[in-house]
Write a protein that binds this ligand. Structure first.
Ligand SMILES: [Zn+2]
Ligand SMILES: [Zn+2]
Length: 267
């Protein structure tokens, strides 16, 4: 009885994230197989895009959906053909660019899988620090890509082919840009020295926020309505339409500090 009580006490003293971490540790292959990691990254990105695909498909039938579309009726929903073309392009780039780069990164670093999961507080702190660092690196890299004509032509202009953004456009970029952003994300997590579970959650959130930035909808539950420090879809669409300003992906402070914030967002 005494033993049972102790076991029960131990169970409840474990961090909340422990069972999730135990589950992931049993599937170590996820951290070791480049093919599996690439498939997971591709599928997660697509799954985050699916709700916006549904909105685009229903847009012509249910006109009220246009109320949430940035630019309203002026920018009609993205056609299914554009979605499929873009999905094909991204799939090809994952196969030829992301898969080899994940294989290279995995060969360069030994996965460390500690037994203990982080506490919720530690995980949250890790994720916020990673997001802030990634936002800073992205801002600097993005400004550089716009300032140096060669970099814009060779690396970034593919991403700007989408004048009106839609969810999949988040990863509709050149292989060089996709890999460079992957390096920035991995570098941010390495600098923070966060727990592998925090890092996995950061990559998940990073993918979601990139989709949210490009979705083309201003929905009431968008991050910008939850926290005003977030930039949001309207903010990033203005960048796509003016080819300058609003360089930061998620937060507004760097654009505000360096005077690169667009004062009037495009409609
Ligand atoms: Zn973009
Ligand atoms: Zn740009």
């Amino acid at each position: 009885m005494m033993n049972d009580t102790c076991l029960l006490a131990d169970r409840y003293s474990e961090p909340l994230l422990q069972s999730l971490w135990d589950h992931l540790r049993k599937r170590q292959v996820l951290f070791q197989s480049p093919l599996l990691a690439t498939c997971v990254a591709f599928c997660v990105h697509f799954l985050f895009c699916v709700p916006y695909l549904v909105l685009d498909l229903l847009g012509s039938r249910f006109q009220w959906i246009y109320n949430y579309r940035i630019g309203g009726r002026a920018y009609e929903s993205c056609h299914i053909r554009r979605w499929l073309d873009c999905l094909g392009r991204i799939f090809f780039k994952y196969l030829t660019g992301i898969l080899p780069s994940i294989a290279l990164f995995q060969s360069l670093r030994e996965p460390s899988l500690p037994e203990k999961a982080p506490s919720c507080f530690i995980a949250l702190t890790d994720i916020i620090l990673c997001l802030l660092l990634f936002d800073t690196f992205f801002y600097m890299w993005h400004v550089l890509m716009h300032w140096v004509p060669w970099l814009f032509q060779q690396v970034h202009c593919t991403h700007h082919q989408n004048y009106e953004t839609f969810a999949l456009a988040a990863q509709d970029a050149s292989i060089a840009e996709l890999v460079s952003l992957q390096i920035l994300a991995l570098g941010s997590a390495a600098l923070v020295q966060c727990h592998p579970l925090s890092e996995a959650l950061f990559h998940l959130l990073n993918t979601y926020l990139a989709v949210e930035d490009h979705c083309g909808y201003d929905l009431p539950w968008g991050p910008i309505h939850l926290l005003p420090c977030f930039s949001g879809a309207q903010y990033h669409q203005a960048h796509h339409q003016r080819y300058k300003g609003n360089y930061a992906p998620y937060f507004r402070h760097w654009d505000w500090i360096f005077g690169t914030e667009l004062t009037q967002t495009a409609t």
